[in-house]
Design a protein around this ligand. Structure first.
Ligand code: AHR
Length: 326
């Protein structure tokens, strides 16, 4: 493996910086110097659910293990704050920014600002609009799940196990976010291709438990014959269960509830028969995120997408897997 001297690295970085300042578009991700210790930014989207907390804990634990300084921010559900958080990390001179972009378009300026400042960005779990920013050019790579595949796996389970149930309420995630767009695409296309099902309503519950409950309540009133609820995450699925029970319906019997994420509470709900099936969305990013960053610093070629493995839980394995769920 080739290592370059600090002087050569600084000269190259300065030249790239000068071009950027002159307004010349650089079709290259900024380089990362090889060092023993790094100052790393992690711009989190929000912390309102177990999935986000598990992801943050995994990032913090890995930074601590490596002895790296982690500049952590929580955008509290605001894309505008997340852009400001990234700008603050740039001002603090971090070496790398891990960004979990809340929505696909509003975070583009943050990605571009980091690139202009010579700081490589690694997207974690959510992506940005590919027509506006590209892996290997504007940011280094995307690490996360294949969200289209997650939606498709839920649909495939339903097609095999529907037992005559066919009228679906879909609770979408945050509007404009890549998991909401892609989980909808994967599920809707597979359901359409299978035939015999109808999505009677599809509305955002913003990936949040109480919003999911409220939306499910309203949609169940408008569509009392709905017998399937597909929620884009566990939080909304758990909210939907509360809405079903309040309406006097039995989740798992009258209405099949399907979800994505695979947190402990949802896997327990599968054991209890309230959720029929859950596709895991693995939140344990720390080891892979930091390993990718250090491979890049060594000069290795990084793939534009690094896809996590996700499990699948239903009545056949939920009890056995419960202890391993986050
Ligand atoms: O981007 C991943 C999604 O975001 C998870 O499904 C959800 O729970 C989180 O907020």
């Amino acid at each position: 493996m080739t290592t370059i001297s600090r002087r050569t690295f600084m000269l190259a970085a300065t030249a790239v910086g000068a071009l950027a300042l002159a307004g010349v578009a650089i079709a290259e991700v900024p380089k990362l110097e090889q060092k023993d210790k790094y100052k790393v930014g992690f711009a989190q989207t929000e912390s309102n659910n177990p999935w986000r907390i598990a992801q943050t804990n995994s990032m913090k634990a890995e930074a601590e293990k490596l002895g790296f300084q982690l500049v952590y921010t929580d955008a509290a559900g605001s894309a505008a704050k997340q852009v400001a958080d990234v700008n603050s990390m740039i001002a603090q001179g971090v070496d790398v920014i891990f960004l979990a972009p809340r929505e696909e378009k509003p975070l583009i300026p943050a990605v571009m600002a980091a690139k202009k400042a010579g700081i490589p960005v690694i997207l974690l779990d959510r992506s940005v609009d590919p027509s506006l920013a590209k892996a290997g050019e504007d940011y280094l790579t995307f690490i996360g799940s294949n969200f289209v595949e997650e939606g498709k796996r839920v649909a495939e389970w339903l097609v095999k196990n529907a037992n005559g149930k066919s009228k679906i309420i879909e609770l979408e995630g945050t509007t404009g976010s890549s998991p909401a767009n892609d989980r909808k695409k994967g599920f809707d296309e597979a359901i359409k291709a299978a035939g015999g099902f109808e999505i009677v309503a599809s509305q955002t519950g913003d990936f949040a438990r109480d919003k999911g409950r409220q939306v499910a309540e309203a949609l169940l009133q408008a569509h009392p014959d709905a017998d399937v609820i597909y929620a884009h995450n566990d939080e909304m699925a758990i909210g939907a269960i509360a809405a079903l029970e309040a309406a006097g319906k039995v989740p798992g019997k009258d209405v099949l509830v399907l979800s994505i994420d695979g947190g402990k509470e949802a896997v327990q709900a599968v054991v209890d028969g309230k959720i029929a099936a859950v596709v895991e969305c693995n939140p344990r990013f720390g080891p892979k995120a930091f390993e990718t960053m250090m491979r890049y610093a060594k000069g290795e070629k990084i793939d534009p997408m690094i896809i996590n493995d996700d499990k699948f839980y239903d009545a056949s394995n939920a009890a056995a897997e419960l202890a391993n769920a986050y």
